[in-house]
Design a protein around this ligand. Sequence first.
Ligand code: NAI
Ligand code: MG
Length: 334
Amino acid sequence: MYNITLIPGDGIGPEVVSAAKKIVEATGLNVNWDIVNAGADVYKKTGVLVPDEVYESIEKNKIALKGPITTPIGSGFRSINVMLRKKYNLFSNIRPVKTIPGTDSPFKNIDLIIFRENTEGLYSGIEKKHSENVAEATKIVTSAASLNIINEAFAYARKNNKKKVTVVHKANIMKLTDGLFLDCAREVSKNYPEILLDEVIVDNMCMQLVMNPSQFEVIVTTNLYGDILSDLCAGLVGGLGLVPGANIGENMAIFEAVHGSAPDIAGKNVANPTAIILSAAMMLNYLGEKEKSNLIIDAVIEVIGEGKFLTKDLGGIAHTADITNAIIGKIQTL
Ligand code: NAI
Ligand code: MG
């Protein structure tokens, strides 16, 4: 029996998280969901963004499936997502981006994975307002956190027979911070002589990804670039509705889609639940439930490939519940 924290979140969160919950249950996994909530909706009701029970549940279970949480723009609110990753030192943000046949995208053979540093960089949360017209943000890069994520990327590459790790940086301008990250990548790569270290500056990387994304296998980068490149890469395979993610630390992990709370489509039963469903599959893989994880992935690929139950973002008219039921039906036949 697994005890898993389930955080519905804001916007489309409750719709897609409940879909993922049903899919996990359809695999027959013996799970006890500990449902707690955080975010803007909770704040409106209680005046607290993250109730204590959320921390307690995550700390007890050490594993969570989380919906997106709205972060109001402006001062006074820190992103709960960024805060949780830092608080629990979930240093690896892992986002596999893969073409799913049947989706309408100009690229057909994308199979890359982004390893984003998840605890520091420009998201360290250190900002100052000096005066009405002058503000400052501090970018922190440490070799400890850099080595953590870079080691993860290379270890993944070796385990999965990948030939190349691309480190994305801006060390030509940010000489000390990105320079340190790049030095760490060069250091780690010495332990992996069979893997090529490909060094690409972030602006060129954006162009390369849009022109020829299939040239990339494993990408490792700092927090802000990783955030931006993740959405860019999602766009290459059919959109944010498809790309899953994991935040993994030493002995704790939070799984969530790359996308946000999508307020523009919330509450309409039209959100694509695929990204969070595939995040749940990553979670099962992390738990060692490889067969059940693959079952979910295969069912998703088949349902999308058949093209009968596509949500609006994929050019269809299916509702969140329709594609969810189709995936459950597929799981039962596989
Ligand atoms: P977003 O990712 O929520 O939406 C961007 C666009 O993609 C929108 O047009 C949306 O409709 C579409 N989209 C996203 N997910 C989709 C899905 N599953 N199916 C179909 N279409 C989908 O980004 P946005 O609008 O910039 O942010 C909204 C809120 O989400 C903000 O408050 C932001 O801070 C928060 N956010 C939270 C994240 C998290 O909890 N990890 C991550 C990213 C943003
Ligand atoms: Mg993002």
